[in-house]
Design a binder for this molecule. Structure first.
Ligand code: F0G
Length: 482
């Protein structure tokens, strides 16, 4: 992407790629969208693609692949053991991260499963900037506890702090002193911190975390799933890194980490995942579990075609013109919404544009899931599918009480290289309309509530007939227009 100044004076994000394969979209009338949302139990995970216009659920496995990735996939070397394709990725990992050992897994959470099995025991503490849903579930399942030691600005949706994903060094030291080093399994750093709005941490903060970990002999595990966005923000926002290349920043971050794992559904624009490290001792320990849960060491549950695509995708990630596409579209969307008074998470992060539901629908109590309700309403009025990242994405505590989320967000992901600027403008328009009519949005309540990761399969209903009223107002304003 290039932010280009137009003759009109506007600065517009301009795509640095051309589209050569397209997929036709469906655009259903509002009556069908309402029906589809009801069939899905007001849960956007349960919608079917045929009813969706713009799928902003996630960037996971939905990024557009490049011509070079597709070409590489055709050349894949299929073999249970010893595939040449695997060694291509192995070499790319060595080259980019400077780590000697690579272990494949079928996606990010598979790495989390194996790492939790290897390092977490009942009573273990895992400090981190912020949890991700699957990460926390794997740690808790092994009897461990997640401790979030993010800087205070991280949870302030309107803060302009450039690195809201930073760890608070004093909180880290206090936690170590409170529990002692033996109890701490490792310190986890999540790049492009997902659940707080795709917010980065700085290289400087990582250096500080490393110093503390060295002092106490603790290991740093970097979740690099959203590394591309974090790299872009370090280069943009961190004065000391302005003259470093993306490759140099990557290498610096890698050198500060003991183990790196990633979801290649995000990093590398393909599907799959893996872990890399330099310690032979730890490698041998982790290695035992890969064939057991994932598959033989030279495929780890991935198809060789995807492995080829990851190797090329990682190389493309080292190109600033490629990794800035997501963040620049997100910044455009966030700024346009802000101009129209819509509450959004700032500064714009990676992954997607995040609506602040706590403020957008501040008349809906957290017990009635404001972010989930906003997600259902937005789909009905636009055909845009977002993802609830609020209380529905949390789990009830041991006594069955709700754990209210720190933030109620509706995430609108912008998978890399997928949408056009006019589609982003359409999203801005319908969200602004919805904001003007926000008083019509009402709450949700569970009809069927799974115990674990309830946001995936939970079925909800509306607390009254607010959705019919919303549809009526839409028709009044837009007539027969979609
Ligand atoms: N870590 C982070 C930071 C993630 O965002 C994800 C997935 C994972 C780990 C797990 O990886 O899906 O390959 O198993 N995030 C997806 C999302 C699901 O929609 O944000 P996975």
């Amino acid at each position: 992407m290039a932010n280009v100044r137009f003759y009109s004076g506007d600065t517009v994000p301009l795509e640095m790629h051309k589209v050569r394969i397209v997929q036709k979209l469906n655009f259903m009338p509002i009556e069908r969208r309402l029906e589809a949302m009801r069939e899905a139990g007001n849960n956007t995970f349960l919608l079917r693609n045929r009813d969706i216009f713009l799928d902003m659920l996630t960037d996971s496995g939905t990024n557009a692949m490049s011509d070079n990735q597709l070409a590489a996939m055709i050349q894949a070397d299929d073999s249970y053991a010893g595939s040449e394709t695997f060694y291509k990725l192995d070499n790319k990992i060595k080259e980019i991260f400077g780590k000697q050992f690579f272990l494949p897994a079928h996606q990010g959470r598979a790495c989390e499963h194996i790492l939790a099995q290897t390092f977490v025991k009942p009573g273990s503490i895992v400090p981190m900037n912020y949890h991700f849903t699957t990460t926390k579930s794997h740690i808790v399942l092994k009897g461990g506890k997640v401790e979030e030691i993010l800087i205070d600005e991280g949870l302030n949706v309107n803060s302009e702090h450039p690195f809201k994903g930073n760890i608070d060094i004093d909180k880290l030291k206090a936690l170590i002193q409170e529990h002692g080093t033996d109890k701490i399994a490792f310190v986890r750093l999540e790049a492009g911190t997902n659940l707080i709005g795709g917010q980065p941490f700085s290289l400087e903060n990582m250096i500080e975390v490393r110093k503390v970990c060295d002092e106490y002999g603790l290991m740093i595990i970097l979740d690099a799933s959203l590394l591309a966005d974090n790299l872009y923000f370090i280069k943009q926002r961190e004065e000391k890194c302005k003259n470093m290349s993306i490759r140099e920043i990557t290498r610096a971050m890698s050198d500060l980490s003991d183990i790196i794992y990633f979801s290649a559904r995000k990093l590398g624009c393909a599907r799959g995942g893996g872990m890399c490290l330099n310690s032979k001792k730890l490698y041998l320990k982790i290695r035992e579990l890969v064939p057991l849960y994932e598959g033989f060491l030279t495929y780890g549950g991935m198809s060789v075609r995807e492995i080829e695509a990851i190797a090329v995708g990682l190389e493309e990630t080292m190109d600033e013109d490629m990794i800035n596409q997501g963040p620049q579209f997100i910044a455009y969307m966030t700024e346009e919404l802000k101009k129209r008074g819509v509450p959004v998470v700032t500064p714009p992060g990676g992954l997607g544009c995040h609506l602040n539901a706590m403020e957008f629908v501040n008349h809906i109590p957290q017990q009635q899931y404001p972010a989930g309700a906003l997600g259902a309403a937005l789909f009905i009025v636009s055909g845009i599918r977002g993802m609830e990242r609020g209380t529905i994405s949390e789990q009830r505590d041991e006594n069955g009480n709700e754990t209210f989320a720190n933030m109620e967000l509706l995430r609108l992901a912008l998978p890399r290289r997928v949408f056009t600027l006019s589609q982003v403008k359409y999203a801005v328009d319908r969200i602004s309309w919805l904001y003007q009519n926000r008083s019509l949005i009402g709450g949700l309540t569970f009809v069927d509530e799974p115990k674990i990761l309830r946001f995936f399969f939970g079925i909800l209903t509306t607390v009254n007939d607010w959705q019919d009223k919303l549809v009526a107002k839409f028709k009044e304003d837009f007539g027969d227009s979609l």
